[in-house]
Design a protein around this ligand. Structure first.
Ligand SMILES: Cc1cc2nc3c(=O)[nH]c(=O)nc-3n(C[C@H](O)[C@H](O)[C@H](O)COP(=O)(O)OP(=O)(O)OC[C@H]3O[C@@H](n4cnc5c(N)ncnc54)[C@H](O)[C@@H]3O)c2cc1C
Ligand code: FES
Length: 252
């Protein structure tokens, strides 16, 4: 299956942090083919454009997908009002996800609502993964227990020091030398992480966020500057060419 639209029933719903919701939907056809780091485009009734939300976790056995999202505006506020038993109109699975090679050692670095897309990939690595995640404060810490349950070495930072390390998430990764580094979060964090990876010759993949309309490469609404093989800059599209890119390909 390339991508498809399906009505998916919400089978689990929780508020897991301030303004942050965790939905599990029944979606066996999507769960069978989705890859960690891909995203879904979710229709919110009354809103013209679908909202892109990363696939946080994939349970192939039970045929479910998990989404974790934060209220940022009207669309995500409406989405948060959906209840167990309601159906969501979902276009998925979209984009290119993270490379997964569980024989290797991986480092996952996430900031805020950039953390959810990392969980599915980190689960493949289990004890071979170090996970460094940063949040505003302790009321916004999410998914740390899920990464721990998967066997990952989890390190948490908060901006105000109310949980874990007081400071930046990049402070937590200086001693780690993985084979691959996967990151998602604010651009300032992605720049620092990509620089660290380059200095230490570590393969690095970053997941980008960009405003989207169609989500399938048809409207050119999510353009991003990329380098081609010759180092020339061209315009690519986050929805189709990403959201996960090799860091050295992105004009950061
Ligand atoms: C590939 C991808 C994966 C994402 N995964 C997650 C996730 O797992 N969890 C999560 O909480 N958020 C995620 N986001 C961000 C999420 O899409 C926006 O927060 C959401 O679309 C905001 O919609 P709104 O109606 O609440 O806000 P409004 O500001 O009212 O939205 C207005 C328009 O701008 C778009 N828009 C606003 N902010 C963003 C943004 N940051 N990125 C893209 N479009 C935006 C909306 O889709 C909408 O079309 C992801 C974004 C992308 C591109
Ligand atoms: S959102 Fe239309 S091309 Fe990416």
């Amino acid at each position: 299956m390339k991508y498809d639209v399906q009505l998916c029933e919400i089978v689990r719903r929780a508020e897991i942090a301030d303004d942050t919701y965790d939905f599990t939907v029944q979606a066996p056809a999507f769960a069978a083919v989705a890859k960690p780091g891909q995203f879904a485009h979710i229709y919110v009734p009354g809103r013209t454009l679908r909202r892109p939300i990363s696939i946080c976790d994939i349970d192939r056995e039970n045929g479910t997908l998990r989404f974790v999202f934060q209220i940022r505006g009207a669309g995500t506020a409406d989405l948060a009002n959906f209840e167990v038993g309601d159906t969501l109109d979902i276009l998925a699975p979209l984009g290119r996800g993270f490379t997964v090679d569980p024989e290797k050692k991986a480092l996952f670095v996430g900031g805020g609502i950039g953390v959810p897309p990392l969980l599915g990939a980190a689960k493949y690595y289990g004890q071979n993964a170090t996970v460094a995640i940063g949040f505003r404060d302790k009321n916004h810490v999410i998914l740390a227990e899920d990464f721990k349950a998967a066997g990952c070495d989890v390190r948490v930072a908060t901006d105000d020091g109310s949980f874990g390390h007081h400071g930046l998430v990049v402070d937590l990764i200086r001693d780690v030398r993985p084979d691959i580094l996967c990151a998602c979060g604010p651009m300032v964090m992605l720049r620092a992480v990509a620089a660290f990876a380059k200095e230490n010759n570590i393969r690095c993949e970053i997941s980008l966020e960009e405003r989207m309309a169609c989500g399938i490469g048809a409207c050119l609404g999510c353009a991003v500057e990329l380098y081609d093989e010759n180092g020339e800059i061209y315009m690519g599209h986050v929805c189709k060419d990403g959201p996960v890119f090799a860091a050295e390909r992105v004009v950061l």
